[in-house]
Structures are given as structure tokens and as C-alpha cells.
Write a protein that binds this ligand. Structure first.
Ligand code: 5GP
Length: 203
């Protein structure tokens, strides 16, 4: 069986990544979302084990000590991490796995020798528009919005390290673009199961 492909997706908070990923994941077969661990409190409607594994700081730190994380980072004052377990089984079963992680986590993964993934950055059209969207969704109080806006500036400075950049001006266009990137990555010649397609075509 062909091992799945990893997609590392980063975006400043409010860039529209969650909506974008939902649209893409529902339209493409054999894709799974890596469920991260976080010490952040759940937002309204978020489900433990689906959106995140919501854990205490103590549990998270124990997991760090036990080497359970492929990467982790402090984002906006909370800890977030990708466990080895959240991706290995899916990959082995041939699923492509999407990792929704911040720029620090992406940088850690990029530095792991032999780590193979497609890195995609979702950018808002501008910081002004990002601020408008963050206020519009009203999930954070003013101080948290200020932290996220400050961090967004730094995150945008990392975008040139990514393989692909999607400027999310219009959601359906951005969804189409991300889907196309995933499908193109799947079709890369070295991703095809060894010899198999060629033999089939030559029959
Ligand atoms: P939110 O609190 O809005 O769900 O996520 C805040 C930030 O944490 C987002 O930029 C998201 O990409 C990042 N994030 C979520 N899971 C992980 C993870 O496992 N590792 C890292 N490094 N960042 C994560």
C-alpha cells in the first residue's frame, strides 16, 4: 500500500483556514485531519477528540516528557502539539493527513531530517481585513484579539518558507486552489505505488 502524504497548513488566526479546510476535506477522499492536543479551553461547539484533544497543562507536559509529540509550540499563550499517534496510523493506512499547525510547529517539522510534507500557507488579503474577520467572529475578547494580531504580523513574515501560498480573498476560489494543490501533490510521479500504474497502462 502507498503511504499517505502529509500536508502542513499554517495561517494566522482569522485567515479563514478552518472554513477552507472543512470545504476541502469534504470534497476529497482518503484525507484525515490530525487531531492535535491543546491546553486551550474548548470554544462553543468544539468537541473533545474531534476538534482537539483538550488536556490540562500537567497532562501536556507529561506527554512532552514521554516524547509523545512530533512537534509542539506555545501559541497565543496555550500549548498545542501533534502527537506521533495522531498521524502514523492514518499514513500507514494510505490516508493523506492534514496538520493544521502554527508557523513555529511547521518550522520544527521542516528541520526534521527526511521529513517529507507539502507546506501550505494561507494568508489573509491584508492585516486590516484579518482584524475585521477576527472581530466579526467574536470568539475572542479584545486582549486575545490584540495578541492574535501581533502574532499574525510575525507569522506573515514566515510565508516565504512554504511550498505554496494561498491568499484567501474569496473562500470558494481558495478552496478550489487548496484542493488542486492536494490533488497535484498526489499525482506526483514518485507518489505512485512503485511500477503499478505503468504496468497497468502497458497492458
Ligand atoms: P486555535 O486556538 O484558533 O484553534 O488555534 C490557534 C493556533 O494553533 C493556530 O495557528 C493553529 O494552527 C495552531 N495549532 C493547532 N494545533 C497545533 C499543533 O498541534 N501544533 C502547533 N504547533 N500549532 C497548532
Amino acid at each position: 500500500m502507498n503511504r499517505g502524504r502529509l500536508f502542513v497548513i499554517s495561517a494566522p488566526s482569522g485567515a479563514g483556514k478552518t472554513t477552507l479546510l472543512k470545504g476541502v476535506m469534504s470534497g476529497i477522499a482518503k484525507m484525515k485531519f490530525s487531531v492535535s492536543h491543546t491546553t486551550r479551553v474548548p470554544r462553543n461547539g468544539e468537541v473533545d477528540g474531534v476538534d482537539y484533544h483538550f488536556v490540562s497543562r500537567e497532562t501536556f507536559e507529561k506527554m512532552i516528557a514521554e516524547g509523545k509529540f512530533l512537534e509542539y509550540a506555545d501559541v497565543h499563550g496555550n500549548l498545542y502539539g501533534t502527537s506521533h499517534a495522531s498521524i502514523t496510523e492514518q499514513l500507514a493506512n494510505g490516508y493523506d493527513v492534514v496538520l493544521d499547525i502554527d508557523v513555529q510547529g511547521a518550522s520544527i517539522l521542516r528541520d526534521i531530517p527526511g521529513f517529507d510534507a507539502a507546506f501550505v500557507f494561507i494568508s489573509p488579503p491584508s492585516l486590516t481585513e484579518l482584524e475585521r474577520r477576527l472581530r466579526g467572529r467574536a470568539t475572542e475578547d479584545e486582549s486575545k484579539i490584540q495578541v492574535r494580531l501581533r502574532n499574525a504580523r510575525t507569522e506573515l513574515e514566515s510565508m516565504d518558507k512554504y511550498d505554496y501560498i494561498i491568499v484567501n480573498i474569496e473562500i470558494s476560489e481558495a478552496t478550489h486552489l487548496l484542493s488542486s494543490i492536494i490533488l497535484a501533490e498526489r499525482a506526483k510521479s514518485h507518489r505512485l505505488p512503485s511500477g503499478d500504474p505503468i504496468e497497468k497502462v502497458l497492458q
